[in-house]
Ligand binder design. Structure first.
Ligand SMILES: N[C@@H](CCC(=O)N[C@@H](CS)C(=O)NCC(=O)O)C(=O)O
Length: 202
């Protein structure tokens, strides 16, 4: 099995961490979807990473589908509850964290355009989603050790990837000071080898 992805995408990182936590073996094929030479559209018509390639050549995307698949194929290190209600609660955390990444990535891309073409209102709109998303994460975490309580799960992986992406692309966003509980959670996650081994690199 192969994972196609970049070294900077928080969605790819989420899949790499889940695969590592669940001891799923695969070949990592580094491909940047923005490069001229990218092969990603041959595997995903949407041209986005991550893409997971199964042994029979079939492909899976996006990251939420891939992590569900990994949960299904590996019996170790459960990251998603089996029962519907807690499972949906975890998926809600994942949607929130991924949504923060989506908004932040849109700002990153907009800021790469020539200054005269950048839309300040659009950037402001997306940054307000990042702020509101961080606030909800922090409020919902409260004083718990992990997002859903006492156990590390996919919710923590997704939140960790979102916070790591903000560190990487938006060092000016002082989320650690604004949300000390998220900061503690992030430090707790960064002790895990799967997080240490996947810190985004330019
Ligand atoms: N919802 C998707 C988002 C994937 C995504 O936006 N990937 C970005 C990299 S961070 C990408 O490949 N962008 C290329 C493009 O939009 O053409 C997922 O969870 O996998």
């Amino acid at each position: 099995m192969k994972l196609i992805g970049s070294l900077t995408s928080p969605f790819v990182r989420k899949v790499r961490i889940v695969a590592a936590e669940k001891f799923v073996e695969y070949e990592f094929v580094v491909d940047t979807p923005w490069s001229e030479e990218t092969q990603v559209p041959n595997f995903n018509p949407l041209g986005k990473v991550p893409v997971w390639v199964l042994d029979d050549g079939k492909t899976l995307f996006d990251s939420r589908v891939i992590v569900e698949y990994l949960e299904h194929v590996s019996p170790v290190g459960h990251l998603l509850p089996k029962d519907a209600r807690p499972r949906i609660a975890v998926k809600r955390w994942e949607a929130l964290a991924d949504g923060v990444c989506d908004a932040a990535a849109l700002v990153f891309l907009e800021r790469k355009r020539p200054a005269s073409k950048q839309d300040a209102d659009w950037i402001k709109r997306q940054l307000s989603k990042v702020d509101a998303g961080l606030k909800m994460m922090s409020d919902d975490l409260g004083n718990q050790n992990w997002c859903t309580g006492e156990f590390f799960c996919l919710a923590d992986v997704a939140v960790g990837c979102a916070l790591g992406y903000l560190n990487f692309r938006f060092p000016e966003i002082d989320w650690r000071r604004q949300h000390p509980k998220l900061s503690e959670l992030f430090d707790r996650m960064m002790q895990r080898p799967a997080f240490k081994d996947t810190v985004p690199v330019a």
